[in-house]
Design a binder for this molecule. Structure first.
Ligand code: A3P
Length: 279
């Protein structure tokens, strides 16, 4: 797919860019009437903030409890053909679903049913560095000829899934909703068992300490990277790159750091969601 131009690899829908090889207008339309269930697990993230990590955690938690794999995550809710929703309709609960859609664009029934939503945030400096490498190494995403160009596109929201800040501000308004749990990539790195306990409590899973420990072992970066050939095939190294906090320092110039600080200050400083981000 890298023989396609950047323009061919992205498609706009309601003002936001999506990967054209994975998303289509037909799927977005079918998604509008998606029937969420009260007991679905919905994981929401801006790209590169810990999607695959949190999906693995929920899968492993349900595996520890029921000794069987939950419904296969159909990649992102918004990827694929409209028929996938017919398939999902037939799957038993709990379904583990994930999405990069904004609060405004997730199917309304998730809100109506008060489905429990897990929102994972990550410091935008690390997210943009991760996203830059991902864009250039994932064949379905546009290639950027330099870090500087990607950084500019990220700041202006001219990347797939749009602006990090718009995304964050959309969820900000709902941060106190009781059906939304907000965790961060950095807190998960610092003390994974503590964050796993929060997830277990939020979903009422009542995992024992032993079960939490098993989930922890299976969801470390090392363990997930080791298994990534099976789970992610050819894209294994693209999805499991470094898994660290602070890698932004490898690419950011001092000026870029100040620029992002200013954007953070402008949009998120003083907001409840901003406080949660380990900035
Ligand atoms: P890096 O590019 O900084 O390494 P997503 O799953 O949302 O696409 O996010 C991908 C980022 O999460 C990548 O960051 C990846 O390495 C990191 N990651 C994936 N699994 C992880 C884990 N178990 N622990 C820590 N980081 C992980």
């Amino acid at each position: 797919a890298k023989d396609k131009t950047p323009e061919e690899l992205q498609v706009a829908y309601k003002g936001i860019l999506y990967p054209s090889l994975l998303c289509s207008e037909a799927t977005f339309q079918a998604l509008e009437s998606f029937e969420a269930r009260e007991d679905d697990v919905l994981i929401v993230t801006y790209p590169k903030c810990g999607t695959n990590w949190s999906i693995k955690i929920l899968h492993q938690m349900l595996f520890e409890l029921h000794n069987k794999e939950p419904t296969l995550d159909q990649a992102m809710l918004e990827f694929g053909k409209p028929e996938k929703y017919e398939y999902l309709k037939q799957q038993p609960s709990p379904r583990v679903l994930s999405s990069h859609l904004t609060y405004e664009n997730i199917p309304k029934t998730f809100i109506e049913k008060k489905t429990k939503i897990l929102l994972i945030l990550r410091n935008p400096k690390d997210a943009v560095v991760s996203y830059y490498h991902f864009s250039n190494n994932n064949p379905v995403l546009p290639t950027f000829s330099s870090w500087d160009l990607f950084f500019k596109a990220f700041l202006s929201g001219d990347v797939i899934y749009g602006s990090y800040f718009d995304y964050a501000l959309g969820w900000e308004k709902h941060i106190d909703d009781e059906n939304i749990l907000v965790l961060t990539f950095e807190d998960m790195k610092a003390d994974l068992p503590a964050e796993l306990r929060k997830i277990s409590d939020f979903y009422g899973l009542n995992l024992t300490d032993e079960q939490i420990q098993k989930v922890e072992e299976k969801s470390t970066f090392k363990s997930m990277k080791e298994n990534s050939g099976d789970t992610h095939g050819k894209l294994a190294n693209v999805f499991f790159r470094k898994g660290e906090v602070g890698d932004w320092k490898s690419l950011f110039t001092e000026e870029q750091s100040k620029e992002l600080d200013a954007e953070f200050e402008k949009y998120l400083a003083g907001t409840k969601l901003g406080e949660k981000i380990n900035y």
